[in-house]
Design a protein around this ligand. Sequence first.
Ligand SMILES: [Zn+2]
Length: 349
Amino acid sequence: MPAVSQQNQASNSLSESPVTLLDFQRMFPDEMSCLRYLERVRWPNGFSCKKCASIGEPFRLSTHPRKLKCRSCHHVESVTADTVMHRSKTNIHIWFWAAYLIAAQTPGVSALELQKRLGITRYETAFQILHKLRATMVRPDRDKIGTEWPVELDIVFVGGKHKSGTQGKTDQTPVIIAVEIRRREYRNPKTNKLIRRTLAGRARLQALPNKTAAVTNDFVKNCIASGAVIVSDDGKEFASLRALGYDHRPVPMRGNREKMDSYLPMISKVTANLKTWIDGTFHGVGKFHLQTYLNEFMFRFNRRFFRPVSFQLLLGLGVLRTGLTYREVYDGVVRGENLPKTQHCTATG
Ligand SMILES: [Zn+2]
């Protein structure tokens, strides 16, 4: 039986998110089950009126199932307030399906696919839903990486049109990638053998107008903690990182693929994932939309061990609750523990 169903029965803490497709279908068979879910997330201890603070079962309006009315002062509250679904004419059930598909699927979905899969009549509606869900993928207050772990840094070229089988760099966009290198040791509880793992931690990606030191420095100052260890090639664009206060360790690579893979293994991994995803899902990306896709990629990559969290964050429910931090999530993964599949998370992204 899926963890979520057990959780449903075991507690009313409502920290549940669907893990499998079966979970989703059980939890959200119809519109009403989605609305009740939103209500429980908003008022885990039962409805309380924002206006008069009275607590207790509200009036339920059969004509307006998204609204709840206080029995004392008749103030009306919406279960979708402060979420991406607020004031949307689209069924909440469709929103939930869309968020689930985006959170659970690798690699993501396009608006056309969403329209077809969910039977949405108009393409524009599917596009709007996807657009709003994607907008929740960027945390404006996200923190800097590199506080504890070294960071690999590189600039790669993405997008652009294929011309007779070749990709000219002129119509491609430079994208700067920074990714944490996390190293951990732990003992296998069964064999007591020491296991060493190196994993890619959080990643930050940004499309750049050009490949100069000035724009590179801006990105680094915004995204990487001061004093962090940074490994990169010895290109001119990285030449002033030491002067900016970073422990910069340049490695001469001269575009040598093997050297890149051995000195910047996490960058190689992220770049390969990014290019596969963009080519496979979007069949190439225009410059105009590139940053949006990079944001989605970051959101996915940074939560790849913890997908159920994404479902609630996408729907905008993250602001209504607090929960696990990225560190708690990540440390659980590195130690090989069973993940708390149904927890909420304020993971940084
Ligand atoms: Zn009231």
